[in-house]
Design a protein around this ligand. Structure first.
Ligand code: ATP
Ligand code: MG
Length: 293
């Protein structure tokens, strides 16, 4: 009788073995810390592609590995703040006060309950008005950059991740001007590459006029479903276009990933050894080993 699903050679057994191997691999790794702060903007003007999920889980994975990580929630939806379990009711001091009213980041930053090295500048609903209020301010594209530089001058932070809203307005421009790296999450679906050229054009404009150091260092494929041919085609196409930038790690579609935020947690602490968490930890390890480009 060969009916036991855990017999070697069955799909279930090989999946379990594969997870165990990946876990052991990650446990054996010590991630290098960057010598200078890496500021990474997570952007894609398409909605729902996994920007916030990627921001929160990479930040948590790097914090778990010993890095000091600051997440800046630059989306009025405040999803990153929710997912990291930090207060962001409308009366909470937030990124709005930083970019519109010049309040120092040190006065609004909160520590996530997940890891002592994981901090977050929350976003509240007030940020929804900032897009318009910024227009009349001096140096409206450089507000976040100035605040971040002042904060980094006397705080040791290894990674800053900026979670952008799904648009290419002034908030996202502030994120591009404050960062050196852009990380683009791409959902493994049919329309994945649509809109990408508009995003890359905007980044080029920022490089030319506002921040010559900016570059697209990283592309991460998200919500991958290995059972569909389509997902595999998208993966191949994106890898062909961007061989340097695409991470080897692929983020699978996973219920654990999508339910973690409702517990105010990243999947890294919610279910550390689940396939989704392992994938984000592998992506974080690749980012750490590659260093800034
Ligand atoms: P927005 O443009 O609105 O800011 P976003 O790009 O930040 O969206 P997310 O909020 O990260 O996207 O993800 C969109 C939805 O998909 C969320 O409900 C999230 O929980 C879910 N999701 C993200 N990644 C995965 C995944 N790998 N597996 C399953 N669900 C996922
Ligand atoms: Mg989001």
């Amino acid at each position: 009788m060969t009916g036991d699903p855990l017999d070697e050679g069955t799909p279930l057994a090989s999946e379990i073995l594969d997870l165990a191997r990946r876990r052991a691999n990650l446990a054996a790794q010590v991630l290098p810390l960057p010598s200078a702060t890496r500021v990474i903007t997570v952007a894609n003007q398409k909605g729902g592609v996994g920007k916030t999920t990627t921001t929160v889980n990479l930040a948590a994975a790097l914090a778990q590995a010993g890095a000091n990580v600051l997440v800046i929630d630059l989306d009025p939806q405040g999803n990153a703040s929710t997912a990291l379990g930090v207060e962001h009711r409308s009366d909470t001091a937030s990124v709005y006060d930083v970019i519109v009213d010049d309040q120092p980041i040190a006065e609004v930053v909160q520590t996530s309950p997940e890891f002592p090295g994981l901090t977050c500048v929350p976003a509240t609903i007030h940020l929804a008005g900032a897009e318009i209020e910024l227009v009349s301010l001096v140096a409206r594209e450089q507000r976040l950059r100035g605040a971040l530089q002042a904060y980094l001058a006397d705080h040791e932070v290894h990674y800053v991740f900026i979670d952008c809203p799904p648009s290419l307005g002034l908030l996202t421009i502030n994120a591009f001007v404050a960062a050196r790296e852009v990380l683009i999450p791409i959902q493994c679906e049919y329309y994945a590459l649509e809109g990408l050229s508009q995003l890359l054009n905007s980044i080029q404009l920022i490089q030319r006029h506002l921040n010559p150091e900016l570059n697209v260092s990283t592309i991460l494929l998200t919500m991958y479903d290995s059972r569909t041919n389509l997902a595999n085609q998208v993966v191949q196409e994106v890898r062909d276009h961007f061989p340097e930038q695409v991470l080897r790690a692929l983020i699978p579609r996973s219920v654990r990933i999508s339910e973690a935020p409702s517990y105010g947690q990243s999947v890294i602490s919610y279910d550390s050894n689940s396939p989704g968490s392992l994938s984000y930890r592998e992506a974080a390890a690749e980012i750490a080993h590659r260093g800034a480009r």
